[in-house]
Design a binder for this molecule. Structure first.
Ligand SMILES: [Zn+2]
Length: 56
């Protein structure tokens, strides 16, 4: 799984005017899925279901 930061750099993810991370393909704000066992937060596009990881 690719990290949020890398995807933003590659242009796969974008930020909207409210600083929310959005999928560049679908233009949808990502959903958040927390894994209680790790410090990694999973971000999912509700449209294409692509996942990215966010290190807190
Ligand atoms: Zn998408």
């Amino acid at each position: 799984m690719q990290s949020i930061r890398k995807a933003l750099r590659k242009g796969e993810l974008d930020k909207d005017t409210y600083e929310r991370v959005v999928c560049a393909d679908c233009d949808k704000p990502l959903k958040t899925e927390n894994d209680p066992d790790t410090i990694t937060t999973i971000r999912i596009c509700p449209e294409c279901n692509t996942k990215w990881k966010e290190i807190r």
